[in-house]
Design a protein around this ligand. Structure first.
Ligand code: 2PG
Ligand code: MG
Length: 418
């Protein structure tokens, strides 16, 4: 069944922060797809620009005036061609400054869904084929700090539960929910100012020290591992670009009251990985420090060292990292780069060079669940999203549906924590 694009409709909707964003419907001769763009708060400098002139209205106008007419009549199956046309219509700017990365994201993803739908397939089946049967391990944010929190919360942006011993996705999600709940109970006991507040990502916000937060999550993960009889580890998103003061050449930990130069930061990260057996550390250094990423990767074992702001889902930046073995994992956020084809190429480059692709939500998100399908279709062994909160649950529940749908063909991803 062919699937020619008949209509492309753009509208303004809202994300979980109540910020405006863009949603696109793609209507084909025999199918339909819909996607809405997420938004980051701690954004990498090399990310594409979300909206032209910072305006959702402007993006919608551009889609109506000159993107929709160009795409009408094209075959939705030709994802790469459509994504290429989006670049051309944008004037091939490096950062989607003319139509905006959010418009590119929404059109690209809605098109992929419409193509799948036109063939009577779910998106993961259409993009991944018969071999798309493995489920990712969920990295679930439990404690927020840094730019994602307020008050005297930890300097580190995310403390992430990582149940990498789970045998099914459902089991892994249940483990994360248990960990999240127990951390809430522990914070209540620890801090008399804790009032159950949560961040955009549904993680707890508490006035506790950076190190106390480690002790809380570490104890809870041990308890839950024993209770469930499989390994529930944890990891971090340090989001170190937010701590980096370029003038002083220091990482400023205001909660801890400490400043660290690059060498001290490296030592600190090594100590934390060893002491807490961290299975995952994202952005331990600022976004231009490829060298320290390489050094930490060389010096650690059994831990994913992941680049988010460092790579911004950009193949060129990833290749810079590959050349010196900076990190062994990469965050994949389609809206950092714009189109699905760009992100798919980055995933391929990562996989063929031994880097683990970690597909990820944004802190500002909608109930869009496409990343669940991308994780399975492109064999990403890890998905980073929250544990609770509607826009995170939308993605987790979609993966539970996929696992259910796959039945006895479903298996957990092959993930070796190195
Ligand atoms: C991150 C993300 C998602 P933001 O840093 O990894 O947790 O945050 O979307 O704010 O960039
Ligand atoms: Mg990050």
């Amino acid at each position: 069944m062919s699937s020619f694009i008949e209509d492309l409709i753009a509208r303004k909707v809202f994300n979980n922060r109540g910020e405006e964003t863009i949603e696109v419907d793609v209507v084909t001769t025999s199918g339909f797809g819909r996607a809405s763009a997420p938004a980051g708060k701690s954004r990498g400098k090399a990310e594409v620009l979300p909206f032209p002139q910072d305006s959702v209205d402007e993006a919608i106008k551009k889609i109506e005036e000159f993107v929709a007419p160009e795409l009408a009549g094209l075959n939705a199956d030709s994802q790469e061609e459509i994504d290429e046309i989006l670049h051309e219509l944008d004037g091939c700017s490096k950062n989607f400054k003319n139509i905006g990365g959010s418009a590119a994201f929404a059109i690209s993803l809605a098109n992929a869904e419409a193509a799948a739908n036109s063939h009577g397939l779910l998106m993961y089946q259409f993009l991944g084929g018969n071999s798309a049967t493995s489920l990712p391990y969920p990295l679930g944010n439990c404690i927020s700090g840094g730019q994602h929190a307020t008050g005297k919360s930890p300097d580190i942006q995310e403390y992430l539960a990582f149940p990498h011993g789970a045998e099914t996705f459902l089991e892994a999600v249940a483990a994360n929910a248990k960990i999240h709940k127990k951390i809430g109970d522990a914070l209540k006991e620890k801090s008399n100012t804790f009032n159950g507040g949560k961040s955009d990502e549904g993680a707890w916000i508490a006035n506790i020290d950076t190190i106390d937060a480690f002790d809380v999550i570490s104890k809870v993960c041990d308890d839950v591992s024993n209770e469930l009889d499989f390994e529930c580890g944890f990891g971090l998103d340090v989001a170190a670009s937010s701590l980096w003061n370029a003038k002083e050449s220091k990482y400023v930990y205001s909660n801890e009251g400490v400043k660290r130069d690059s060498g001290e930061q490296l030592e600190y990260m090594r100590e934390l990985i060893e002491k807490y057996h961290l299975a995952y550390v994202e952005d331990p250094f600022h976004e231009e420090d490829f060298k320290s990423f390489a050094e930490l990767t060389r010096k650690t074992r059994n831990c994913l060292i992941c680049g988010d702001d460092l790579f911004t889902t950009n193949t060129e930046r990833l290749n810079n990292g590959i050349r010196i073995n900076a990190g062994n994992a990469i965050i994949i956020k389609v809206n950092q780069i714009g189109t699905l084809s760009d992100a798919a190429r980055t995933i391929e480059t990562a996989q063929s060079n031994g880097y683990i692709p970690v597909i990820s939500h944004r802190s500002g998100d909608t109930c869009d669940w496409h990343i669940a399908h991308l994780a399975v279709a492109y064999k990403c062994p890890v998905i980073k999203t929250g544990v609770v909160e509607g826009t995170r649950i939308a993605k987790l529940n979609e993966l539970i549906r996929i696992e259910h749908f796959l039945g006895n063909r479903a298996k957990m991803a092959d993930l070796k924590i190195r």
